[in-house]
Design a protein around this ligand. Structure first.
Ligand code: GLA
Length: 382
């Protein structure tokens, strides 16, 4: 967690509202494997990181509420009654959505002010949006003694994303951000919404992220389209979700769905299995096997599920050319954002240098390299 981030929001809050706020840090997440499986009731393997959103929040006697996005120097004032979504793609929907969904569940809140700032770029596939939603619901729960459990809070964050942001996301991001544990990744079952932590200590290896700096916009229909394809195929198979299907089941539909949609469903079924295999590999400390699964995940995301882009494919190809990278793949929703790389520790800096140069030469723009620490979930900062 960044102390600077917390101090920044605190200072601005006190200057603006002359009162002491509650301070909250809500992390972004990585995902080791299990992509686009969460909304198929499947398995994922994310972890909260030491980067995310800091928020300062407090009640006000004013008859209006406000939210101040420090990064963008943009302020929103709103009435708690009659909330509706703002322009598509605006940060305002994360705040308005959470407030509306809290109220939809018969929770009574009063007016408040919030100032927030982040240190993960939006659109990097590290869930700055879930971090923001969680910080708002967590803060309001504290301020107005709503008595919400963490499970209830993440479902509110997810509903905000569905109904205000317009992305029919799964539960992975909100869960990882809220329930993160230092030095652990969470093997999350997205059907029961319960997880088992695994301590991540790769000894001579580490995880490294490379941001294409291509901003993905999940609210464009591509994400929701993928979800519909999966739901349609589940229905044809007569199962609740693709998590319940096998490759054999899917074969019965080979003449009934388009080849492209067939591949998408096949990807999900295979990725779900890969996630379980990855847990196995980690338990056996078999990093080579884990790396192989990570590469396969990318292959599937790119060629079957079709959520990659040239920049992501290029970064993964660079990783494949380097003997010290055991696995690499796109992370998050896709269409841009980061790759996650499992790399030998003492070779990471050199790889970062080579890949940055190659990326610049190829695309005439910069990529960014992040080294992250697995951290705790959304919490109050004393
Ligand atoms: C986004 C969504 C998640 C998940 C991933 C893909 O991050 O918010 O729910 O579906 O994409 O795994």
């Amino acid at each position: 967690m960044s102390d600077k981030l917390i101090n920044d929001v605190k200072e601005v809050f006190i200057n603006n509202y002359k009162t002491k706020p509650l301070l909250i840090f809500s992390p972004g997440r990585i995902n080791i494997i299990g992509e686009h499986t969460d909304y198929n009731d499947g398995y994922v393997f994310p972890a909260a990181v030491d980067k995310g959103i800091a928020a300062a929040i407090q009640k006000t006697d004013a008859n209006i509420s406000s939210a101040f996005a420090l990064d963008m120097d943009s302020k929103l004032e709103f009435d708690l009654d009659g909330l509706k979504p703002s322009t598509e793609g605006s940060w305002e929907n994360y705040i308005l959505g959470v407030v509306a969904e809290i109220q939809n569940q018969n929770n009574v809140i009063g007016n408040f002010n919030i100032v927030f700032k982040g240190n993960i770029p939006s659109g990097a596939g590290m869930s700055s949006s879930a971090a923001l939603e969680n910080s708002v619901v967590f803060g309001l729960n504290e301020l107005f003694n709503l008595g919400l459990t963490k499970h209830e809070m993440i479902l509110i964050s997810q509903k905000a994303e569905h109904n205000y942001v317009g992305v029919k996301c799964g539960i992975m991001d909100q869960y990882a951000s809220m329930f993160g544990i230092e030095n652990n990744a969470l093997h999350l079952d997205c059907r029961s919404i319960s997880s088992k932590p695994y301590e991540i200590n790769f000894e001579n290896h580490q995880l490294m992220l490379i941001n294409t700096n291509v901003k993905h916009s999940l609210s464009d229909s591509a994400y929701n389209d993928r979800r519909s394809v999966c739901e349609n195929i589940s229905e044809l198979l007569g199962v609740k979700a693709l998590r319940d299907a096998t490759e054999k089941n899917l074969e019965t539909l080979v003449d009934k769905v388009t080849p492209a949609n067939y591949q998408k469903a096949l990807y999900v079924i295979q990725e779900n299995k890969r996630t379980l295999d990855a847990i196995d590999a980690i338990q056996k400390n078999d990093l080579k096997a884990l790396g192989k699964l990570i590469y396969q995940s990318h292959e599937g995301l790119s060629t079957q599920y079709k959520v990659s882009c040239d920049e992501l494919d290029f970064l993964v190809a660079q990783a494949r050319n380097n003997d010290f990278v055991l696995g690499a793949r796109l992370m998050g929703g896709g269409f841009g954002g980061c790759t996650i790389n499992l790399i030998q520790k003492d070779k990471a800096k050199a790889f970062a240098k080579t890949v940055s140069l190659a990326y610049k030469t190829k695309f005439d723009k910069d990529c960014s390299v992040y080294f992250i620490k697995l951290s705790g979930g959304t919490h109050l900062v004393k």
